[in-house]
Design a protein around this ligand. Structure first.
Ligand SMILES: [Zn+2]
Length: 223
């Protein structure tokens, strides 16, 4: 799949006391071959929300994607991840061994975490200047880059903490940020990837029901 290509919609329906996932509602249940009745409410398909977004359409957000390839096609749970922050025009600022990059493409399938609470227009007005000024400071020169200690993650987290300080709020350490904001979303993404690849391979994917569904809180910003 090309990164820019949209993922197929994914749906879930109930049959044979199982949850069955597929890309579209089949005429017959793939387990019992019975014709699916559209009249039974409990069999009505629901759509599964896609945990990935086009990062270039997100303002003032933290983005996460595999360093190589895409989540749906290439991610294996251990792949290296790369992170960045969008300005108000969807340009993704990210720190690599070549310094701060300003990407206008390549983040079409990202996990996105909004950094601003709704309605923070004052901060949004200043965002692009903050981000640009922060990125041109000497801390993020190419020669300062260190794979393990001074990397894309340090860059994004330091920026988030600068914004939090400006707002008179407390700092977030890496563990806290990861646990609170990143892990719930990557967990949801991993489940989605499993379903998606299962359906691609077999046409459908089955789980026992009822299954625990824990969704991270959406729409609330970090800063
Ligand atoms: Zn069935």
């Amino acid at each position: 799949m090309h990164p820019a290509e949209a993922a197929k919609p994914l749906i879930k329906f109930n049959h044979c006391k199982k949850y069955i996932y597929s890309f579209s509602v089949p005429q017959c249940c793939p387990l019992c071959q019975q014709v699916m009745s559209s009249r039974k409410l409990e069999e009505a398909p629901v759509s599964i929300s896609n945990p990935f977004t086009n990062g270039h359409q997100e303002k003032c957000s933290f983005l996460l994607r595999p360093t190589q390839g895409t989540f749906l096609r290439d991610y294996d749970g251990r792949s290296d991840l790369h992170v960045g922050i969008t300005n108000t025009n969807g340009v993704v600022y990210n720190y690599t061994m070549h310094g701060v990059q300003r990407d206008e493409a390549g983040w079409e399938q990202s996990v996105s975490i909004p950094l601003l609470q709704p309605g923070m227009y004052g901060l949004m007005d200043q965002w692009d200047k903050y981000l640009e000024d922060f990125s041109t400071s000497g801390a993020w020169l190419p020669q300062r880059y260190e794979e393990d200690h001074h990397n894309c993650y340090s860059y994004t987290l330091t920026f988030i903490n600068c914004v939090l300080t400006t707002e008179g709020k407390g700092q977030l350490d890496k563990g806290e940020f990861t646990e609170k904001y990143v892990v719930p979303r990557t967990r949801k993404a991993s489940k989605y990837i499993t379903l998606y690849r299962g359906i691609q391979e077999h046409g459908f994917y089955v789980t026992d029901c009822p299954e625990e569904e824990t969704n991270p809180p959406e729409g609330s910003g970090v800063c």
